[in-house]
Write a new protein. Structure first.
Length: 216
């Protein structure tokens, strides 16, 4: 009997909440975020991810889990392998490359980030990229433990104006992101390290669920 990706995702949710019961309070928003991400990627959209400090590292981590294999193999199909052979591949690329998802961290382009900060303002580093890259139906996934990070708030407002779906991963205070994001995942936590720890648990589960949906 084969296991469908729906069964795998259901198991991931069960594991998440049984091992982290405090996150049950965010269950509806976590699973809605998954549905929004899965739907957008299924439609060929892209996901833009941003955050500051530790959340910037988390943004890169999220991209690293989805643009390449995370927990399960993602071999190329025969058509993709054949295209590589026609391009001169001797079989190495066809065997070594894996399928990925278009997930982009907005925190990683140092030249662009410093140019925006210098020429326009540091609070615009993410909003300007949303303006340049974002298209209707894409997803902006923003992380802010306080929910009030000015550059994240500006990015969410820009995403709203441009027709992107937006997901905010924040803490119990929720903050200004609440009025701007389509989905707000407010995890518990008494301080920033605790909130960020819960963020990591949540986004790992989301990444595993998305991977299972596409490649399981």
């Amino acid at each position: 009997m084969t296991t469908s990706h729906h069964d795998v995702v259901s198991h991931l949710w069960h594991e998440l909440y049984s091992e982290n019961p405090s996150l049950t309070s965010a269950r509806a928003s976590i699973e809605e975020a998954y549905a929004r991400l899965e739907s957008a990627l299924r439609d060929g959209r892209q996901v833009l991810v941003c955050g500051n400090g530790g959340s910037a590292s988390d943004a890169e981590h999220i991209a690293g889990e989805l643009a390449k294999p995370c927990a399960i193999p993602r071999p190329l199909d025969d058509v993709e392998k054949q295209s590589l052979l026609h391009a001169g591949d001797d079989g190495y690329l066809g065997d070594a490359l894996a399928r990925g998802l278009p997930v982009w961290p907005l925190v990683s382009q140092s030249a662009l980030l410093t140019a925006i900060a210098n020429d326009q303002g540091g609070d615009l580093i993410f909003a300007q990229q949303v303006m340049a890259y974002g298209r209707p139906g894409d997803v902006l996934w923003a992380l802010s433990t306080s929910g009030n990070s000015r550059n994240v708030v500006h990015a969410l407002r820009t995403a709203k104006a441009r027709g992107l779906v937006s997901i905010a991963l924040t803490g119990p205070g929720r903050g200004s992101v609440t009025d701007l994001a389509d989905v707000v995942i407010a995890v518990p936590g008494a301080d920033t390290p605790h909130i960020q720890h819960n963020h990591q648990i949540v986004y790992h589960s989301l990444c595993l669920a998305i991977e299972a949906a596409f490649f399981g």
